[in-house]
Design a protein around this ligand. Structure first.
Ligand SMILES: [Zn+2]
Length: 68
């Protein structure tokens, strides 16, 4: 029996700026249920979600910290 397990967490999406549900795709990849953006989870004291998207070389991703 194969059980498909998806981790769902609440978080603020940096792409659509909404507090929404994020579905875990892998240990560190999450997808926003609101806008469908893929986010990468970074944990360094706080949990921060970074948009996963192709950005121009040298561009800094738009990042907002997750504030509890
Ligand atoms: Zn979103």
């Amino acid at each position: 029996m194969v059980k498909i397990q998806a981790e769902i967490v609440n978080g603020k999406c940096p792409t659509c700026d909404e507090l929404t549900m994020l579905v875990g795709l892998t240990n560190e990849l999450f997808r926003c249920m609101n806008c469908g953006s893929d986010l990468k989870q970074h944990v360094n004291g706080k949990i921060t979600y970074l948009p996963v998207m192709t950005s121009p070389e040298g561009a800094t991703p738009f990042v907002k910290e997750w504030i509890e």
